[in-house]
Design a protein around this ligand. Sequence first.
Ligand SMILES: *[C@@H]1O[C@H](CO)[C@@H](O)[C@H](O)[C@H]1NC(C)=O
Ligand SMILES: *[C@@H]1O[C@H](CO)[C@@H](O)[C@H](O)[C@H]1NC(C)=O
Length: 246
Amino acid sequence: MHAVLLLVLFALGTAGSPNNPRSIFINSVDDDAVIKIPTVHESAVQARRIMHLSTIGTLSTVFPTTDALEDRPSGLGGVPIGLMDYFADCEPETGNPTILAVDIATSFKNAAAGSNVTLSMRWVSPDSHSRVYSPAALPRFSLVGYLEELSDEDVESGKIAECFVQHHRDAKVWLPGSRIHRSRWVRLVVNDVYWIGGFGDRAYIGWIPVEVWRNVTVEEVHDATLPGDGRGLGFTLINWFRARWF
Ligand SMILES: *[C@@H]1O[C@H](CO)[C@@H](O)[C@H](O)[C@H]1NC(C)=O
Ligand SMILES: *[C@@H]1O[C@H](CO)[C@@H](O)[C@H](O)[C@H]1NC(C)=O
């Protein structure tokens, strides 16, 4: 589209148009150059905000190579499987998402058998009905790590359950101690973060070092803006006034 426009302008220019097409040509090129690719840190902040606002992701694990007790097709050892699961950002100081592991679920059986775990999520813009909406232009990422059971101390304060149920009212029924399913609180200990911020000419695509991921502050997460979240200029102005006068 751009290229066609430039060609037309260029053709006009060589045809002796009075509109100085040469400078238009240069401006167009400059416009493209103005797009600033977010830094790794800025990408980490966006990722942490997406995790903060999201509650559902895809949990990927691999089947153990030997599992004589399991009723399953043969040849699945080492094969990955991704399944939808609930999570919540209940330990925001660390960036490790909280998950309610139901013992009979495949993902948690695989994890119990030693599988590492990847949690993938994507930003779904509230603006997704817009005509120009392209899911490929929006951020998505994967948190790679392993599951670790929360200690009694972590759970005792009740904050974890309260936070999780705030995001997942229906999960009340299978909280640890319920009679429906045996379940336990776990955190995904994030070891690696793979980020695709959108199209590569304007977004960072690649690994985010885990120290950068962990280092993001709760304030940064709170103030971050995501594409189509309605927090653009207006939000920035409100924040600016708030920082000055409140
Ligand atoms: C899990 O990942 C770690 C690296 O983070 C690796 O050392 C370990 O072997 C992996 N475990 C399995 C069962 O693949
Ligand atoms: C973590 O944040 C602190 C304070 O903002 C900064 O000084 C430090 O360089 C950061 N470390 C990494 C690995 O980003």
